[in-house]
Structures are given as C-alpha cells and as structure tokens.
Design a protein around this ligand. Sequence first.
Ligand code: ZN
Length: 269
Amino acid sequence: MNYIPGKNLIAPDSLSRMPIDDSSGSKELEEEIEAYIHKISLQNIYTKDEDIVQIIQAQILDKECQEVKQFVRSKWPTKIKLTSDIKNYYSIRNKLSLVDDLLLRSNRMIIPKNLRPIMLNKLHAGHLGITKTRIRAKRNMWWPGISKDIELKVKSCPACVQNSRNKQEPLVASSLPDYPWQKVTMDLFKLENKWYIIITDCYSRYFEVEELVRMRMRDVIKVCKATFSRHGVPQSIFTDSGTQFQNLDSSEFRRFMKEWSFTIFTSSP
Ligand SMILES: [Zn+2]
C-alpha cells in the first residue's frame, strides 16, 4: 500500500460521515481506510488507491449514489416509482453491491456524475481507441451511459482518430495461451513527445499502459517487473522488432530475461 493523503481524507460513512479536519486522532482511521483499500484492491479493481479514495468521497456526496445505495441496502421499489436517473440502475440492480460503503457493479466502481469527466480522461489516457478504452473501463468502473461516453470521447479526439488510421496489425502470439499472463505482447509508442509501454495479456486481452519517464532499458525493465509482480511472470513475451525494442538484445535485458525465466520473441522486420 503506498500513499494515503490522510489530511484530506473523508472516510466511508460506515466509519464516519464527517471530513477529517486535521491529523489528530486520524491515525486509527487511516489504518482502517488502508485496510479497506487493501480489501478493494484484492477484488481486482485496477485503480490507484488515491482514485479509490476520491471515488469513495464523491459517492458519499452524490445524491444519486446515496439513493441507489439505499435500495441496495434495503429493497428496490417497482421501476415505475423510480426517478429517471435511478431507473438507469434498475436493470443491473442484481449486480450492484456494497463493499463496506463503496457502491459497486460487480467489481466495477460506480462513478458519481461529478467525477465522470475526470475518469473519462483517465480511461482515455494513451489514446487507445474505443474498444480498448471500453475494456479498460470494464476492469474497474461504470456509470450509466459509459459506453456511449467513451465512444463520443474517442471519436472527437484527433489523436485517437489518427491512431486508428495508422493502425498496423499487432503481432499476435500464434496459439491461444492456457492461462492468463502466460503470453504477453509488449510494445512502445510515442505520443506528444512521451514514450509509453503497453503490455497486453494474450489470454484475457487485459493490458496496462505505463509512461516511460526516460527511454532507457532499465526503465523498461522496471515497468516489466512491476507489471509481472502484479500479474505473474509470463513464459513468453512477443514484441514487434520494427519498434524501439531492438535494444532487447542488450546484456541488461538478457540478464533480466534469465533471472525471471521468460523467453522473448520478436517478429521479423
Ligand atoms: Zn484520444
């Protein structure tokens, strides 16, 4: 568990409904929140801790979320009695749950209205196009109309439109893997003068994108280690040798490959 901004925390309302105005007495509460976030993280929600804290806070203050939570806790009325905003939740009511006080749709956090533009920007980071952005959303967040919102966002983004025009066939591992993170693909792309690395699990198609602060082999290795520590070390990594990965021949990367026991395959240029 990394950073908890103790001073600005509002606890889930099962703990307290009041914002914490200073650090006195908040230590215990911080520990509770930490345990709570850990619990959420364990449910495979791929979101940063500070985002989860922000979402918890926003849900507490959001009228729509409050109302839905109330129905999840007790009982749903008939659909006709609901306001139009809440009707959006009716058809998925069986998938809604509360973990402590965080409202979820299966393992996706419900994003209150005021956070949706911010979260949409986060989902859109990396300009991955409609499908991959939706996949990313599916891992951790939901709100009524999210699919359409993603589509509109991507279609109105010049970089996404350009990317989809330039799209090349990705290198695909030939046979279907037996389990998640057995085979992954790894690629680099540059956007607005920043380098990013994308690692995709060939089994689930789940992927992670990380910005490379500097384009050095040790930075690539650092990202790989962090990703593999979270998901498991793959047997094989597939890359497109036409990209910047020519350096994978370096002794630094070969040492990493040996230590972590995986094989790398590059497509012929
Ligand atoms: Zn875009």
